[in-house]
Design a protein around this ligand. Structure first.
Ligand code: ZN
Length: 218
């Protein structure tokens, strides 16, 4: 049975205007190369899948991803990849946020009315450094909304026993501590599902990247 590489995030499907996806392993592309080359090889397929999913071509804004806790506010003038950043926040239509992962967690934080959202790269280090708090606070600041207006979705990432640190549990704990009530974690481990996902640890550092995306008000 073949699995489509682009999964629509089910927990965000019913939110008005929100399109959130997770593009997993792409069959037939050799990705046992360093990160930049792996992303270059995957990009044309990522574009094709994303454009088909959205029904139009929108600019994709990504982050350098340095395992830090910096989050940037994106508008329609922002392009390309943001340096020294691991999280993207927006209230704009006409732009897609993208985060690459292979064991670290993609974390979506979305307003229930669909007017604002964040997409974060949160692995062991970023979680320790508090990127979840940063993302939630920036989202609350830029919208003027109470934190209770947002929900959190934790995507596929490496988990115990495949990895010694349960950072997904820590992400949920921090979100709850910030005042978010609705935290959804499907509990999927990247290392346990090599047919569907890339795993940096399982594949010893030479592997592809999944692309998590978030588009608003489409
Ligand atoms: Zn596992």
């Amino acid at each position: 049975m073949s699995q489509e590489p682009l999964e629509i995030i089910p927990e965000l499907r019913e939110i008005p205007g929100v399109r959130a996806s997770f593009i997993g392993r792409i069959p037939g592309i050799d990705v046992s190369v360093p990160r930049e080359e792996a992303v270059n090889r995957l990009s044309p397929v990522h574009w094709e899948l994303l454009n088909a999913f959205l029904g139009k071509k929108l600019p994709l804004v990504t982050a350098e991803q340095v395992h830090g806790s910096s989050v940037a506010l994106i508008d329609t003038t922002t392009t390309g990849s943001l340096l020294q950043t691991d999280g993207l926040v927006t209230t704009q239509q006409g732009v897609t946020l993208g985060i690459y992962v292979a064991d670290c967690a993609p974390v979506w934080i979305v307003a229930r009315d669909g007017t604002a959202g964040a997409l974060l790269h949160s692995g062991k280090k970023g979680t320790e450094l508090g990127i979840i708090r940063q993302g939630i606070r920036m989202l609350a600041d830029c919208t003027g909304k109470q934190v209770g207006a947002f929900l959190v979705v934790i995507g596929p990432c490496i988990r115990p026993p495949c990895y010694e640190v349960d950072f997904a549990a820590e992400i949920a704990r921090q979100a709850r501590e910030e005042g978010i009530h609705e935290i959804l974690d499907a509990g999927i481990c990247t290392a346990c599902n090599p047919d569907r996902y890339y795993s940096y640890r399982r594949e010893k550092g030479l592997t592809g990247r999944m692309l998590a995306t978030l588009t608003l008000r489409l």
